[in-house]
Design a protein around this ligand. Structure first.
Ligand code: ATP
Length: 244
């Protein structure tokens, strides 16, 4: 599976002052797959994503990304905007869209790292077909959208950068169960079209259901990994996360 990798995180360590949020984390993301990072609140999932995008600095380790076939770069040596330009887009936790700007303007912001080119119009059409609700509310202020629609907008904006790898931090956060289902079904659809995805989730059940490979983080360390659907049946997962 080594040769199918698009991202290899090795011995990643991240601290906030004296707090070691990520201790010695290693995992691989395969091209064309959904890779889930699951675990409880405070386990270090968000911190791992933020370090990959260089939004915060890691203390040690490496994050190798395959920018082109046979062309690997260590993202830890790059800046956040270089990372976006190379094809890694992150959808932040809490959907950091601009509430006083329109849907249209938020989507345009997603292209800031790209040269003006005709491909952008095609990508916009793709995003609006994927999320028809954004098409019908195109001129509306983002602040007037529901939570679920704002999450769709945040994902749409990240897609406007045409990422090779999409990093999602808790897309289900704060959404009603029906909206969660909707978001996860779009992620499956995107993945079926070839999109490689890293999915950070506290909603362990839904995340394992749609992921190919999954990793469980506890207190900054990986404790378990495997095929998503198999982990769903694992007694340790059932006991710790699926309850009842
Ligand atoms: P959540 O779902 O709540 O985001 P998580 O698994 O993503 O959980 P992190 O947010 O990565 O976990 O947090 C990991 C640890 O780092 C926690 O102990 C948290 O309290 C701590 N932490 C996170 N952000 C900061 C910060 N800005 N300053 C200090 N400590 C932080």
């Amino acid at each position: 599976s080594e040769d199918r990798a698009i991202l290899k995180v090795s011995h990643l360590r991240v601290s906030y002052g004296h707090i070691q949020a990520v201790k010695d984390v290693s995992f691989q993301v395969n091209t064309g797959e959904i890779t889930a990072l699951v675990g409880a609140n405070g386990a270090g999932k968000s911190t791992t994503l933020l370090a990959i995008s260089k939004i915060i600095a890691a203390q040690a380790g490496s994050v190798e990304f395959q920018r082109q076939p046979q062309d690997w770069v260590n993202l830890l040596a790059k800046t956040s905007s270089e990372i976006v330009r190379m094809g890694v887009s992150q959808v932040a936790e809490g959907r950091a869209i601009l509430l006083t700007m329109s849907v249209e303007e938020n989507l345009q912001l997603g292209t800031y790292t790209r040269e003006k080119n005709p491909q952008i119009a095609q990508d916009l059409k793709f995003v609006l077909d994927l999320f028809p609700i954004l098409k019908s509310r195109y001129k509306e202020l983002a602040g007037n959208l529901s939570g679920g629609e704002q999450q769709m907008l945040a994902i749409g904006r990240a897609l406007m950068a045409k990422p090779k790898l999409l990093l999602l931090d808790e897309p289900s956060m704060g959404l009603a169960p029906l909206k969660v289902k909707e978001i996860f079904s779009v992620l499956k659809e995107l993945n079926a079209l070839g999109q490689s995805i890293v999915l950070v989730e506290q909603n362990v059940q839904q995340a394992l259901r749609i992921s190919h490979q999954a990793y469980v983080l506890e207190n900054g360390e990986l404790t378990l990994s495997g095929v998503g659907k198999e982990l769903l049946e694992d007694p340790r997962i059932i006991k710790a996360y699926l309850g009842t």
